[in-house]
Design a protein around this ligand. Sequence first.
Ligand code: NAP
Length: 360
Amino acid sequence: MPLRLHHIYHIFLMDMKQRNICTLKINTMKNKAIILNSRPEGKPKLSDFKFINEEIPEITNGEILLKIKYVSVDPYLRGRMSDAESYVKPFELKKVISSGVVAEVIESKTEKYKAGDFVSGLLEWKEYQQSDGNGLLKIDKKIAPLSAYLGILGMTGLTAFFGLTEIGVPKKGETIVVSGAAGAVGSIVGQIGKISGCRVVGIAGTDKKVEMLKSKFGFDDAINYKTTKNIQKDIAAVCPNGVDIYFDNVGGIISDGVHANINRLARIIVCGAISGYNDTSLKTGPRAEYFLIKKSALMQGFIVSNYADKFPEGIKQLAQWLKEGKLIYTETIAEGFDAIPQSFIDLFDGKNKGKMIVKI
Ligand code: NAP
């Protein structure tokens, strides 16, 4: 039997499989999309995601065709991958996943947009998609690089800004501790803390991150939670006046160590709890009520969208600080559509410094 083209293709695929290269990465697709293949149990795996091929949609009147340029991967997406009830609907199994995205308008059938415009918004993990423009924000790359609209001028910057200023209400001379300090939210919280005249201490997972917090982001001190022998004592040592504000991105035993050091009238801002996002059962720890009562402290959770009506003023302030050089930001950028699932998984191994973004 002669060797036909599809035989050669089959042999090629087998070879790729044997070499443990995902066959899905072969770029034969017209409009690649990523669906939630299975709900992760524990830490997400690549097999929880699946690449599929779709047609590039035809747009109708009032619609735009978008090509994605930058994709934000965020820890909160882990919650949407489980079917537990939360503040946002879970992703549906076998359906395309969505997150914060910057996209270019490549065709428009509405006067509101023209080809060449850039937008940001909650969009699908799909190379091309149509939209009626609702919920999208036109963005200007003259003000800041496009990726910044997913970080410092986007959801994570706003989370840092409103969490710290609205709940923490920092006062000059106070001490702020930030967990997840070298990440997208944490690195901005620390800098806003410095702008507010506070002493700022960060907690992060590598010595390099600890060094970066002090030398690049202006933190007064920082602790590596993976190498400390006693986090409670180490926090006491770097916060000689106690902790007035704790901006918590991680929860768990790191937070237990900070809670034990809070001052009277402290504010604990519960922003995230990534240390527990992959847990399969609820963990217990020291009870919060005793230190909250003893210190007349406030502990408040929040979702950034609580402040949606103030987003324009938040973006204006962040952009102003950025322009004045009072705020800086860093990004970890992965390249290519195929890198989206792994970049998301990497968040749980602390592989990012600052905002984790995939450039398409
Ligand atoms: P990020 O901090 O940029 O990335 C996640 C970081 O978490 C990793 O780099 C890693 O840094 C750390 N981490 C991972 N596993 C950990 C563990 N088991 N224990 C301690 N640290 C761990 O992410 P982000 O986007 O800025 O989000 C930070 C937190 O804020 C997340 O919990 C997120 O869900 C939350 N958040 C909440 C809102 C809201 O509206 N409430 C909005 C945005 C984000 P290390 O190397 O330091 O471990």
